[in-house]
Design a protein around this ligand. Structure first.
Ligand code: ZN
Length: 259
């Protein structure tokens, strides 16, 4: 009996140790040693897939293809991280979706006036069609229009970015990482239906790049036009001042929604 109890105690301690070092991710400030290795391996595997993906398609890399490249242990680890409620990590936004959009339309890069470019962007077809109508009417009314600075990004892309910044910038702290990168499914830019667009003026005013502030975008006549007319084309400002998500005012960020 005594021998049995000793065996039992030894095995229990071993199991608890294995759990803490191999499976436990409850320390949001810094992952345990083995999980750091897991995270590095996951990033390597994601980068392998991306290195064979055409440059224009890296922003829309498929979530399931990316996750499918991982070993059993790595995939379970990644999925457990992505199943943590981001509110536990200090992120307040709602979960949207990791479903795939219908047909995506590819928008060629636009050269903006101060030498900046939008890069190739993607939008679901229904969002693109309404954007075209909106831009055409704005051009008629103002003689100018807004361009798509950032459109659809896949949950796969976010999964990659999440591990990239976790390993490279945020020293394996899930909490720190969540301040900078939304988890897959938590960005409106990855929403397959109510997709968000970040707009820019043709002079490169988008309210956030190169030292700009939201006030720079608010001053645009195009912004005033959007407040009056965008809903007629199914676009809505996602993060007005004092929004309930606790997200900073983003006058450039509008999502598509059929109300
Ligand atoms: Zn945005």
């Amino acid at each position: 009996m005594k021998t049995f109890l000793i065996y039992f105690a030894v095995i229990s301690i071993a199991l608890i140790t294995v759990y803490l070092f191999v499976f436990d991710i409850n320390n949001y400030e810094s992952l345990p040693f083995f999980q750091k290795i897991n995270a590095e391996n996951i990033l390597d595997r994601f980068e392998n897939v991306l290195s064979s993906t055409p440059a224009d398609e890296k922003a829309i890399i498929d979530y399931n293809i990316l996750l499918g490249e991982l070993s059993f242990i790595e995939r379970n680890f990644a999925l457990r991280i992505f199943s943590i409620a981001p509110s536990e990590l200090g992120f307040k936004g709602p979960f949207y979706s990791i479903d795939k959009p219908g047909k995506l339309v590819k928008l060629q890069s636009i050269k903006l006036n101060p030498g900046r470019e939008t890069g190739v962007q993607y939008l679901p077809e229904h969002v693109y069609n309404d954007y075209l109508k909106l831009a055409e009417q704005m051009k008629k009314d103002l003689g100018r229009k807004l361009f798509v600075d950032s459109g659809y990004r896949s949950p796969g892309r976010q999964a990659y970015l999440f591990f990239y910044y976790l390993v490279k910038s945020n020293n394996f702290s899930l909490r720190e990482n969540a301040k900078w990168i939304a988890m897959p499914g938590y960005s409106e830019h990855g929403h397959p239906v109510n997709t968000a667009i970040d707009f820019t003026s043709e002079n490169g005013i988008n309210g956030f790049s190169g030292g700009q502030t939201a006030a720079d975008f608010v001053k645009l006549d195009e912004y005033g036009w959007m407040l009056e007319n965008a809903s007629g084309f199914n676009f809505y400002l996602s993060y007005p001042e004092g929004n309930k998500y606790g997200v900073a005012f983003e006058p450039w960020h509008w999502h598509w929604e059929k109300k």
